[in-house]
Structure formats: C-alpha cells, structure tokens
Design a protein around this ligand. Structure first.
Ligand code: SGN
Ligand code: CA
Length: 523
C-alpha cells in the first residue's frame, strides 16, 4: 500500500500535479480506498503526550493558544469532554491505560513503583491477535516494555534536546528536538519497518509538554509579543477549602526555579525551598542549538533583570515565562500531530486507522497559582481525549459521559473485534462514538492519588459524579465537597455546609460502592 502510494506520489511529482497538494493526494487516496477494499481490522495510532491540559487545546475552548492539528481530530472525530485519569501522575496513568485497571489493581500506584510487565495489557492482546505493535517515546514504567514487536523509549523522563532512546539492543542518542525525533522514529517505523500485511498499533508518546518545558528551536520566540491571559485563580488564597492546599510545593510564585524552570541562564536565586538548579537541557545542546537558545532568551532575560519586578508583578512575570514555554512545547506537539495525520493521508492509511490523542493527565496552567498535577481538581484530573475513527466516530461529536483512562484498553480491544478480559475494569467507549447516550453508563468515577512525594500533595481518594465531587484527604481526616455546576473552578468546599449533608452522605456511599466494585483494599 505504502509503496503504491509512493510511486503514485512520484508520478504526480513528475507530472507536476503534486505541488504541495496533500488535498489532491487525499482525494486520490480516498478514491483508491473506496474502490472495493475489503473491510479490515483497523489500525490504531495512539498519540499520547505528557502533562497536556485541555485548557491549552483549542478544541476544548482554550483561551490561550490554538492547536489546529489536534482540532482536526475534533472536527473529523469525537471529543470526550469528561475524560479523567484514575490517578493524576505519569507512570500510574500509563499503567492504567495499558492494563485497563485502577492503580491498586495493576500494582503501579506511584511513579516510584516498577510496572509488572507480566500482566495482561491491551498491546499484548492485540499482538497475540495478529497486530503488529510498536511503542516510541516516553514510557516511564521502569521495566522493559512487553507486548511490542518494536520499541524505542526515552529513559525515565527523557530529554528535550538530543534525546537518548533505549531499545532492547542498548542506548542511542539522536540529534534534534524530542518531539520531532519521536515523530521521525514513529513515521520511520510506519514507512519502513512494519509488516504491511498486518494491522498495526503504534503508540507514539511524547515527553512534551512536561517540565522543564524546554521549547524546540523553531518555537523559541513564539508568543514574545503577546501577553497570555492569566487564569482567575492565579492569586488563590485557598480560603474555604482544606488547609492542606496551602502546604503545596507547586506554586508559580514560590516553587519555580530561575535557571531550571524559568530559563534565566546563570541565575543563582533560590526558590522558597532553597533550590537553585541549572536547566538540564542547556548542557545537552549543540553549539548551534545553544546559540539559538541564547539569542532567544538572552534579550528577554536582560529585560527581566532590568525591570526587576517584585511581589505580584514577579508572579505575573513568572506565569508569563512558564506558560509561554509550556505553550511553545505544545505548539511543537501540534505541528508533529499534523505530520502524522498528513502521513496517514498520503499513505492511504487514514480511512482504516483509528487516531487517538490524549495525555497522561491534565496540568495546572496557573489555576490555583499552580503548575504540576496530582490533585483531583478538574484541571489535573481531566485528560484530553479525541478520537478519529472513520465509519464509527461521528465527526464533530462531543461526548459528555464520564470516561476514564481505564477505558482506553477495552476500547482498542473492542475496535479489533476482541473480547475485553473480565479483569479489565474499564469499558469500551465504542458505543459512545456516535453521540449516543448509553443508558446504563457509569454514574460516578473513582480516583486515588497515592504518592507522598515531590510537590507535597496529600494522598487522597474521591468520587466524581455528573455534578459533584467528594475528596477525602484520608491521612489528615479531611473532606471536601464541590458543586461543579455552581462552582466549576472548585473554589469553595461545601463539605461543612449543613445544606449539603445529604449530598455528602450520598457521595460517601457512592465512593464506598466504587471501592467495593473495584476491589480496593479494605473495602
Ligand atoms: C518530575 C518533575 C516534577 C513532576 C514529576 C512527575 N520534576 O519529578 O515536577 O511532578 O516529574 O511528573 S522535574 O524537576 O524532574 O521536572 S510525571 O508526569 O512524570 O508524573
Ligand atoms: Ca505526566
């Protein structure tokens, strides 16, 4: 198929017809495909990023950027407006995606745990059923990947500049920017390495836009001339909520480091925890990359030193530097998603390929004065989920049913015509793809964050329904209750309000029912 298309592209080039016109190619591909191709098991391209919040995707109504290529998936497919993770942290979310199980059930509860690769995962089941499976990019599960015919992963968190990749054969460094390199490797596998007689699963998993938010050479000066709007709770005082929020170590005002996070190269100022680390990317750069970096940040840093903002103005400056770098990383992700979508068109694969875009969890883009994730509040609890599934996902559909990362594996198995094993706790999202409101769909989601670590977020579990959210900070014996319709930004807990006692009790019963349903210890 690819070869046919290549020769057709060459022919078109020679005859002068292909003047950068992927529209024409798409049209021809569509004609070829509809001409009697037998119905085949769909390929799956899973595009997964790290810490990409819906507040920075225009298909989700971003006020701060545009993501035209991700938006293409929205107009050609389905947007899940209420998709959530079961544990808002990297490795646990990835393990939940692979296994279709909550953290306690797959054994990976914190970033410190090692993934048990002997357990059942959806890639393994697809592979056993005849799919060719590949994983490229961030993995972060400590043990070697299982269930993949081909894998090439970033070690741990990986690097943005000139990243190392691990394979079963060892380590290799690629010159370039991680988001571009990861896409290059994924496209290379699609074009040159896979067995074209088999359906495939490609998991293309980016490091971006994870901390330290290092933009690539092409985006270093993007947004230089604009001011990004601040979220209304940038200066949150944490009133009317658990006092545990005040103990956070993820504030833009106090916990971002000048050189490490904010790119003030050579800064020695410390954050409120007394840390003054150097940015790890800077020393990885080639001379040319460093020259471009310095040319971009040098004048901006000089202007910062000169204006020397203080107090709230300093926080505002830090927010601008943080959010612009984050969005610059997102812009590169979006460009690279576009490259993959164009390739699928050009290779004639788009019509029989499910394309999914998601990220391991959401992120705070200044809401509550924060960066990072972990809390069960909407911004980090939510995940983007966009699915283009020709013939199944009705273009332009928005789904508001409560969905979770444990549903991804079951959905992919269902797409391949396979049974979902009983041990998987998620359910296939296929019935929702045409906008149907499934009558017996789940009415509540279970959440549990277990880590006692960086950023000082207390362990908590909770339940979210269509309208309410109940959170239990169990080590401190504290509860919060939010009415998400009246207080979507979760600024005022109603747990101590007598008018909400019955609602709180009902939610506690729902939480307990979920603990029993999912087999949580002690339930
Ligand atoms: C690193 C980051 C943290 C982040 C964790 C988890 N620090 O430790 O800010 O919360 O990863 O992120 S950094 O200085 O190393 O960037 S996760 O997405 O991998 O779970
Ligand atoms: Ca993450």
């Amino acid at each position: 198929m690819v070869h046919d298309n290549c020769s057709r592209r060459n022919f078109l080039k020679l005859t002068g017809l292909l003047v950068g016109s992927s529209v024409l190619t798409r049209h021809l591909n569509a004609q070829t495909r509809t001409a009697g191709s037998p119905s085949k098991r769909p390929n799956i391209v899973f595009l997964f990023t790290d810490d990409h919040a819906v507040q920075s995707i225009s298909a989700y109504g971003s006020r701060i950027n545009t993501t035209p290529h991700i938006d293409r998936l929205a107009s050609e497919g389905v947007v899940f407006d209420r998709c959530f993770c079961c544990n808002s942290i990297c490795a646990p979310s990835r393990a939940a995606v692979l296994t279709g199980k909550h953290s306690h059930a797959n054994g990976l509860m914190t970033n410190g745990n090692r993934f048990d690769g002997a357990q059942t995962t959806f890639p393994k089941l697809l592979q056993q059923a005849g799919y060719e499976t590949a994983l490229i990019g961030k993995w972060h599960l400590k043990t070697d990947p299982t269930g993949f015919d081909h894998w090439e992963i970033l070690p741990g968190q990986g690097s943005y500049y000139n990243p190392d990749f691990l394979t079963a054969a060892g380590k290799k460094r690629y010159e370039g920017y991680a988001t571009d390199v990861t896409t290059d490797l994924a496209l290379d596998w699609l074009k040159n390495d896979r067995d074209e007689d088999k359906p495939f699963l490609l998991m293309c998993q980016h490091k971006a836009p994870h901390r330290t938010w290092a933009p690539g050479p092409d985006h270093l000066t993007m947004y230089d001339d604009v001011t990004i709007p601040e979220p209304p709770s940038l200066f949150d005082d944490y009133a009317h909520r658990s006092d545990l929020l005040k103990d956070n170590e993820m504030s833009i005002a106090g916990h971002l480091m000048y050189d490490y996070d904010l790119k003030i190269t050579g800064a020695t100022e410390k954050d409120v925890l007394g840390r003054a680390f150097k940015n790890p990317e800077y020393r990885r750069m080639t001379d040319d990359q460093r020259r471009r970096w310095d040319a971009a940040y040098g004048p901006k840093n000089e202007a910062f030193r000169k204006s020397n903002p203080q107090g709230d103005d300093l926080t505002r400056w830090k927010y601008q530097r943080y959010i612009k770098d984050y969005l610059r990383c997102v812009a590169s992700v979006d460009d690279n998603i576009g490259r993959v979508l164009d390739y699928l068109d050009d290779a004639g694969l788009a019509d029989n390929t499910i394309v999914v875009y998601s990220s391991d969890q959401g992120f705070y883009l200044g809401e509550h004065g924060w960066y990072d994730k972990r809390w069960m509040y909407e911004e980090s609890f939510r995940m983007p989920l966009l699915v283009r599934w020709p013939g199944k996902a009705k273009p332009g559909t928005r789904v508001s049913a409560l969905t979770q990362n444990i549903d991804f594996g079951p959905t992919f198995l269902d797409a391949a015509g396979l049974d979902v094993p009983k041990e998987m706790q998620g359910v296939s999202l296929k019935p929702l793809m045409d906008g149907t409101v499934a009558p017996n769909w789940r009415r509540a989601l279970y959440y549990h964050y277990y880590e006692k670590g960086e950023h000082n977020v207390p362990r908590h579990e909770g339940v979210r329904t269509d309208r309410y959210k109940l959170i239990h900070f169990y080590d401190a014996g504290q509860w919060e209750l939010y009415d998400l319709t009246n207080d979507p930004r979760e600024m005022h807990s109603l747990y101590d309000d007598p008018a909400y006692r019955t609602i709180a009790e009902g939610l506690k019963r729902q939480l307990q029912a979920l603990r029993v349903q999912y087999g949580v210890d002690g339930a």
